[in-house]
Design a protein around this ligand. Structure first.
Ligand code: AHR
Length: 666
């Protein structure tokens, strides 16, 4: 053996491959996996994504609209708009002015802007975008506007991208005519790349012109859809191969008051008819106020369903259960007024799955999707707790199950993974035979390491578990100083081996929150960071990706001395087989500062094929990814040597390794 090892080591040095071999006596750990012993089926929903419009994740993020407050419906209707006579932002009322005009009572279209021009050469209107607008040299942008020329002689509107000092980056001029509202469209081509561009609007002629729905989108969107989603961000999501897409949150579902809860019916149909709502995260945190944060609902429920379909993910909408955020007002709808909330849930099922002859099924068809979205899951409430929740949940459950017995209902256990509220919720939901309960944990990295065994002792006759929101917090929950560092990501990986080892019970999992704009965030840590041009996955993203891309179909048992690997000498492990791909995936996290040599015996595997190690890690827990180094922490792939039914490998200090082995065809 020694000779073979020496020979192979020389070969390794000569070929430059990092095969690492030991004799049996040399290894620190002997692990065993019985490849023929399936313990449970891994649900296709095991690893999914949680989307919430927090941190500019929708408007200013995934939804590619570049104009902020395009329809002048923000509470301060000119938010995002300035009227400098030059780029020095000094108003010159003799040249022209703009006035907000009340349009009527339609809550989706209360206002438009009237521009009065005396000296058009000296009047401009500028939209600042979402902390600027990201434009790329050579790329084309679709501009559109609803306009109505009034008295006078305004004959054209010019749209021009400008950089931070006012230099033109491309323009287009749209002639306007008539005296009624019309939509005008055109295309701009950017002549340079700029992360903080703005849109400058100027006019030909004098007199009045009314403007509404001023919009600018890149043409290069996800799947090339007009007025669609930002391609690089959706690609990052698609690369995760998520099993489900939970939307639209999060606390955003609940609202700070009931009146400001998320109402899906207001987010579907023509975009100009979608009623704007202030974003509940706008001034939630004193340390990160974003008073210009609203929800245009350009990314609404239809688009969420469509996105889930594009990603091959099960759609998982979460609805208000009639309780506003209990961290805010905690407003509760009286039981005898709960019906409209329940009806919203029933109508949503019709919108997603109903025949096109039904009211809501027809709307889905009118929006371009006659085929049902085949929705299987619905969530009732987000982070609610106490008897008020249970009382309301019961009503939802009875009504949904009566009409749609096959729809699986997700209930919630509140914001914390332990304590009185959690215990009460779990006990009640277990008594009610709830199907899947959502648990949330925003805890320090240490909690994640210690809780790798959390589900080992859960009652197998109780509800299934959705680990619906989790992220290790490097400082404290909601601290602006939390970082997406490697220590947190690795702690999550250790914990995830525990989720996976319990895949008979834990059927859905998702990190939260998903996305953050580098200049517009309120909450950290977040899985994906972006600015107006670029985006990157954090170390936590790559942990999620490695688990999700190697989710497998069958849970196997991996042991050391007959015991699950749950932190002994800082090692955590889980193993799965993928029947369709004919592969075995073993995940080992080493949270310690020492490397370990490991020998893994693969019992009943037959003759093994190629083996690969995907290693993620850094010796320094503080390591981060960034715009400048987006893949500093990302998987490195190396071939592995297989000896008979033994896999011999090392697990570097502070690393997550996925061992991928081709199984013989059966
Ligand atoms: O993920 C951020 C917030 O954390 C979610 O909106 C909420 O559900 C949780 O408290």
């Amino acid at each position: 053996m020694k000779l073979i090892t020496q020979a192979l080591t020389i070969l390794v040095l000569l070929t430059g491959c990092s095969y690492v071999l030991w004799s049996q006596d040399d290894v620190d750990h002997q692990l065993t996996v019985d490849v023929a012993d399936t313990r449970a089926a891994i649900q296709p929903t095991m690893y999914g994504i949680f989307f919430e419009d927090i941190n500019f994740a929708a408007d200013g993020g995934l939804y590619a609209e570049m104009v902020k407050n395009r329809n002048f419906e923000f509470e301060l209707p000119k938010t995002g708009w300035v009227e400098p006579t030059s780029d020095r932002f000094s108003l010159n009322e003799d040249s022209g002015r703009s006035t907000i005009i009340k349009n009527g009572e339609d809550p989706a279209d209360l206002n438009f802007l009237r521009v009065t021009l005396m000296n058009p050469d000296n009047y401009t209107l500028i939209n600042e975008g979402f902390r600027g607008m990201g434009v790329r040299e050579g790329a084309s942008y679709d501009v559109s506007v609803h306009a109505r020329p009034g008295k006078g002689s305004v004959t054209a509107i010019r749209f021009e991208l400008i950089d931070t000092v006012g230099t033109s980056l491309g323009s287009t001029t749209l002639p306007v005519a008539g005296t009624s509202w019309q939509e005008y469209t055109g295309t701009l081509r950017a002549t340079a790349t700029e992360q903080k561009a703005r849109l400058r609007i100027t006019f030909t002629g004098t007199g009045e012109i009314d403007l509404d729905m001023i919009s600018l989108f890149p043409q290069d969107t996800w799947k090339g859809r007009k007025q669609g989603l930002r391609k690089d961000l959706v690609q990052l999501l698609a690369d995760l191969e998520p099993g489900f897409l939970r939307f639209p949150g999060g606390c955003i579902v609940e609202g700070r008051t009931l009146d400001r809860r998320y109402q899906w019916k207001k987010t579907v149909g023509p975009i100009e008819e979608r009623e704007l709502l202030v974003n509940r995260w706008n001034t939630e945190f004193d340390h990160r106020p974003t008073p210009d944060y609203y929800q245009s609902f350009g990314l609404g429920f239809f688009e969420y369903f469509q996105l889930a379909e594009d990603l091959g993910a099960e759609p998982l909408p979460i609805l208000s259960c009639g309780m506003a955020c209990q961290f805010n007002t905690g407003e509760v709808v009286p039981m005898d007024e709960l019906d409209p909330y329940v009806q919203d849930a029933l109508d949503l099922i019709e919108f997603a799955n109903g025949d096109t002859a039904t009211r809501w099924g027809k709307l889905r068809a009118d929006m371009g999707h006659p085929e049902p979205f085949a929705m299987k899951y619905i969530g009732v409430g987000n982070e609610q707790w106490g008897p008020d929740y249970i009382e309301r949940y019961r009503v939802f459950e009875a009504s949904i199950k009566k009409q749609h017995p096959d729809i699986v209902i997700i209930s919630g256990s509140g914001p914390f993974p332990d304590g009185e509220q959690f215990e009460y919720g779990m006990e009640q939901l277990t008594e009610l035979d709830a199907e899947i309960v959502d648990e949330h944990y925003y805890r320090p990295p240490n909690w994640f390491r210690q809780n790798a065994t959390r589900y080992d002792s859960y009652d197998r006759d109780g509800p299934k578990i959705f680990a619906g929101e989790y992220a290790a917090q490097s400082v404290a929950i909601a601290s602006p100083d939390n970082e997406n560092n490697w220590e947190c990501a690795l702690a999550e990986a250790a914990f995830m081996t525990g989720l996976e080892r319990n895949a008979d019970l834990v059927v859905m999992t998702s990190y939260a929150p998903l996305m953050a704009h580098a200049d517009g965030w309120q909450w950290t840590p977040d899985l994906i960071w972006f600015n107006n041009l670029e985006s990157y996955g954090t170390p936590n993203y790559y942990v999620q990706k490695l688990f999700a891309n190697h989710a497998g179909t069958d849970l196997l048992h991996i042991t050391s001395n007959g015991e699950a690997v749950t932190g002994q000498q800082d090692l955590y492990a889980s193993a799965v087989k993928d029947r369709e791909r004919g592969q075995l995936y073993i995940k080992v996290a080493n949270t310690g500062a020492e490397a370990h040599s490991v020998r893994i015996e693969l019992a009943n595997a037959g003759s093994l094929g190629e083996a690969t190690a995907l290693t993620l890690g850094s010796p320094e827990g503080e390591t981060l990814n960034s715009f400048a180094a987006p893949r500093r922490i990302s998987p490195r792939e190396q071939p592995l040597v297989v000896e008979g039914d033994q896999l011999v490998a090392d697990v570097p200090a502070k690393s997550l390794v996925i061992y991928r082995v081709d199984l013989p065809a059966r």
